[in-house]
Ligand binder design. Structure first.
Ligand code: PMV
Length: 351
């Protein structure tokens, strides 16, 4: 390790799942395959600088700063994560890391930052490894490893290391798919989906009512677990066909079925969780009404929370703008974040 140390800087986006990951096999492996689109405007930028520890082998030590602040509640999660991945990187036990991170979106905007945050950090760790080995970031195997490391931080983060559409979890219709890391979709989707838009309607920007780890845990012993995992597999097969052929009707049907099935699992778990807000249902109903009246190509999906993601192809931008305008009334402070499918993470020049 050179005395002045090495550093890496990556910008990595968030993603929204269309086929949901909800339930684990253990070891951060998913109970079913999931598929997501990587976003563009909602991203994290992370810079990691490594310097030699006085007592090599005792690390990694880390100092984590988020938007300039030290000792935030999630600092301990970062430290636990770094310790848990130390054995995957030869250099880690010998270094002290200085990590600086920031998001393009406000902290409590109702957008989960674990996917963008953990993928940006995993990419930095892998880029540092490449530098220590005198290799280029992006060499064969680089993104698989970054995805697999991101997965250990937060399952859904492993899908954020590529742009476009990605799949995580073994599935018979996706060649090369793996439970350990995500892969980019193995075909070019129909042009209808190439500029897919996502308007995030913020109904409630607050903290999640149920953490992901508790939520996944509720699927252990859940009375509908096995049929849910089988349903996700069938939905993924059908969604892949629709993505290839450009069948919006099928796409919308599957995407909405996945969102509501995710919430149905939480409604039927013990203890139960109602994560939708009355305005979530109102927006869903109004969206369906609008679709019936206008025939517009638009559908919704939800994360494990009350906010709505409205998905629509680029060609519908004008029509959907009027829908969004009317739905803003039901959002917190009329807050809507407009995003679209993006190109994936980028390595930045460290400063
Ligand atoms: O990555 P986690 O453990 O926060 O789980 C994310 C789960 C969902 O966002 C609800 C679905 C998904 O596939 O992203």
């Amino acid at each position: 390790i050179p005395a002045e140390g090495l550093s890496a800087c990556w910008k990595s986006p968030s993603n929204i799942a269309l086929i949901k990951y909800w339930g684990k096999l253990g070891g951060q492996l998913p109970a079913n395959a999931s598929l997501s689109i990587t976003l563009s405007n909602a991203y994290t930028v992370t810079r990691v600088a490594a310097s030699r520890l006085d007592t090599p082998g005792s690390g990694p030590e880390a100092e984590f700063r988020f938007e300039g602040e030290l000792n935030l509640p999630f600092s301990s999660r970062i430290n636990t994560f770094l310790k848990s991945v130390a054995s995957h990187f030869q250099y880690l036990p010998d270094v002290k890391l200085s990590i600086e991170s920031g998001n393009s979106f406000p902290h409590s905007a109702g957008i989960a930052s674990s996917a963008s945050g953990m993928s940006a950090l995993a990419l930095c760790l892998c880029a540092l490894e490449a530098q220590f080995q005198d290799k280029e970031a992006g060499a064969p195997g680089f993104y698989e490893k970054a995805s697999s490391i991101a997965r250990l931080g937060s399952g859904s983060a492993c899908r954020s290391v590529y742009g476009g559409i990605t799949v995580w979890g073994r599935h018979h219709d996706v060649p090369g798919s793996s439970d350990e890391y995500a892969v980019p979709l193995h075909f070019d989707p129909h042009p209808l989906f190439s500029g897919l838009r996502d308007a995030i309607l913020i109904v409630d920007p607050g903290e999640k009512k149920v953490s992901s780890s508790v939520g996944h845990g509720l699927m252990n012993g859940h009375p509908f677990a096995e049929s849910r995992f089988a349903q996700a597999g069938r939905n993924l097969s059908e969604l892949l066909v629709a993505l290839k052929s450009g069948d919006w009707q099928v796409f919308a049907r599957i995407v909405e079925n996945e969102a509501l099935s995710l919430h149905a699992m939480m409604l039927a778990s013990d203890p139960w969780f109602i994560l939708m807000h009355p305005n979530t249902l109102l927006i869903i109903n109004k969206t369906e009404e609008f679709r019936k009246q206008t025939g517009a190509k638009v559908c919704f999906t939800l994360d494990a929370g009350p906010n709505i993601h409205l998905l629509y192809p680029e060609e519908e931008t004008e029509r959907i703008a009027s829908l969004i305008k009317s739905l803003k009334l039901y959002c917190f402070n009329e807050k809507v974040i407009e995003d679209s499918v993006g190109e994936g993470p980028k390595q930045l020049t460290c400063r």
